[in-house]
Design a protein around this ligand. Structure first.
Ligand SMILES: Cc1cc2nc3c(=O)[nH]c(=O)nc-3n(C[C@H](O)[C@H](O)[C@H](O)COP(=O)(O)OP(=O)(O)OC[C@H]3O[C@@H](n4cnc5c(N)ncnc54)[C@H](O)[C@@H]3O)c2cc1C
Length: 490
């Protein structure tokens, strides 16, 4: 007989550890296990080891609601975040629930038994009633690299940030970092400290905002107030501030754009700002990059780093030939070109023998899928800290489980009402044109124009959506194979 748990959580990163704490606290009668493909916890914060790796949101909101972030630095380095996750997992007795080196390949649902059979590579299958996907949004097998002509000719080293060689020696070397996202902006100043020169080669500019890595108010409050009180106050302050600033980018994009460009201009001069830091889109139409203490600007100003905005013609033996005719000499090329995006842990999912194509489903409260029973996924924010949303999801899932306990049901399936059949379909995330999200959209469920089929990507809207009654007339609660009448199997 297969081993059975009420809940299987897939992934032991920020979301999986948080989910486990919620399950223990809010559903103490339920058994659960976390299946983690790698041999350590932390997900993103264990995988990425490139120089300078850090958060680009503040740890008072990227941290958990229940576990205060107590470090001086609010924009924290990767190892400190990993240490915080390890500490959380140990303190809340999550570590003992994790099975490492358990890569889940597939899960199949049976409505006869109200169970998922979870297939783990090279191991016996495990059964569960609810599958809680906390597997992130990108492949752990390797990063995204576009085809670069002449790549094989290059005689130096080519490195992807997701697969950083521990012993990479870049001291005194000429480095070209291809990319203009958060990873490139982190790598360039970090490598510039030791390299001969670092060039950030981008096709198009990104908005950049410099902020101190320390939150003065947080550090003062922590000295005079109990840790948890201070943390909660700073968390609220940062949520309010970031939602105000994001709101301004929606309501008055031109004013925000002018302000951002003026600040960048003051830091690196108007020519560099015009040529390399003035995007064609509005702020937050794509991810805005935060640089702690203006470290990128400082590296540019002291001549250790520079930015080139151009297109690659070909790699050559000694560097990169650009379409403008310019040439970049390089000993090392770093392809900070992004992630390979996947959905639902890159697993094969089937319901009663039929494979599920998630792109044909509708999102339910941004965490479930129409027609797919007992499956929930943790997906955070793209314009705010991930954990704010994964925390809300953890709490909602516990309410869902407790509702099933209270009603003696064991199957919950979001199904379209007849009145929902005319819903216009919109992408899972709207108003965000970043390449990596655009690549992902066709894989994700659609969202509708009404609750609970929306994914608002706003904390205020989500709080309302997640706190609404579980028994909402859309989520169908049944026992094993029973179905309620008058519903659509979409
Ligand atoms: C370099 C970088 C910096 C970032 N900085 C920020 C930031 O500052 N603020 C922010 O809000 N967000 C940031 N993000 C987004 C970040 O991924 C999230 O904040 C958060 O770490 C996601 O946590 P997660 O647990 O949902 O997913 P992940 O961290 O991706 O963890 C998923 C876990 O699931 C496991 N897993 C996946 N598939 C399977 C499977 N099939 N079977 C078993 N195990 C599986 C993985 O091994 C991994 O351990 C950043 C992302 C990157 C890549």
């Amino acid at each position: 007989m297969a081993e059975f748990f009420d809940v299987v959580v897939v992934g032991a990163g920020i979301s999986g550890i948080g989910a486990a704490v919620h399950l223990q606290r809010e559903c103490p009668d339920r058994t659960f296990i976390i299946l983690e493909g790698r041999n350590d916890l932390g997900g993103t914060w264990d995988l990425f080891r490139y120089p300078g790796v850090r958060s680009d949101s503040d740890m008072h909101t990227l941290g958990y609601s229940f576990k205060p972030w107590l470090h001086e630095k609010a924009i924290a380095d990767g190892p400190s975040i990993l240490a915080y996750l390890r500490e959380t997992a140990a303190e809340y007795h999550v570590t003992e629930h994790i099975r490492f080196q358990h890569m889940v390949a597939a899960a199949s649902w049976s409505s006869d038994t109200a169970r998922w059979t979870v297939s783990v590579s090279g191991r016996d299958p495990i059964e569960c009633n609810l599958l809680f996907m906390c597997s992130g949004y990108y492949s752990y097998k390797g990063g995204y690299t576009p085809e670069f002509p002449g790549r094989d000719q290059f005689q130096g080293q080519i490195v992807h940030p997701q697969d950083w060689p521990e012993d990479l020696d870049y001291q005194g070397k000429r480095v070209v970092v291809i990319g203009s996202g958060a990873t490139a902006m982190t790598l360039v100043p970090a490598m510039a400290a030791d390299a001969a020169h670092v060039t950030m080669l981008q096709r198009s500019p990104t908005y950049v905002v410099a902020r101190p890595d320390r939150d003065v108010i947080a550090n003062k409050l922590r000295r005079v107030l109990p840790e948890k009180t201070a943390y909660n106050l700073v968390r609220r302050k940062n949520i309010a501030l970031s939602s105000f600033l994001y709101g301004r980018t929606r309501k008055a994009p031109h004013k925000v754009k002018a302000k951002l460009l003026q600040m960048t201009g003051a830091a690196v001069g108007s020519d560099v700002t015009r040529d390399h830091f003035t995007p064609t889109y509005n702020p937050w139409d794509q991810r805005l990059c935060l640089i702690p203490n203006g470290d990128l600007y400082k590296a540019i100003n002291r001549g250790a780093a520079s930015v080139v905005t151009d297109h690659i013609e070909t790699f050559t033996e000694t560097g990169i030939q650009l379409q403008s005719g310019a040439f970049l000499d390089a000993d090392i090329i770093v392809t900070a070109t992004g992630l390979q995006l996947v959905t639902v842990g890159d697993m094969d999912i089937s319901v009663d023998g039929r494979p599920v194509d998630f792109s044909t489903t509708w999102t339910y409260r941004g965490l479930g899928y129409s027609g797919v029973p007992n499956l929930v996924s943790s997906f955070g924010y793209i314009n705010a800290s991930w954990t704010l949303r994964s925390d809300l999801i953890g709490r909602f899932v516990c309410r869902l489980l407790n509702h099933m306990t209270a009603t003696g049901t064991n199957q919950c399936t979001p199904r379209l009402r007849l009145s929902d059949l005319d819903m216009p379909a919109r992408p899972f995330i709207v108003d965000f044109s970043s390449g990596y999200m655009q690549r992902m959209m066709p894989l994700l469920p659609k969202q509708g124009d009404r609750d609970p089929w929306r994914n608002p990507q706003s904390l205020t809207a989500d709080q309302k959506l997640m706190n609404a009654p579980v028994d909402d007339g859309v989520m169908q609660f049944t026992v094993a194979h029973q179905r309620a009448p008058g519903r659509v199997n979409a």
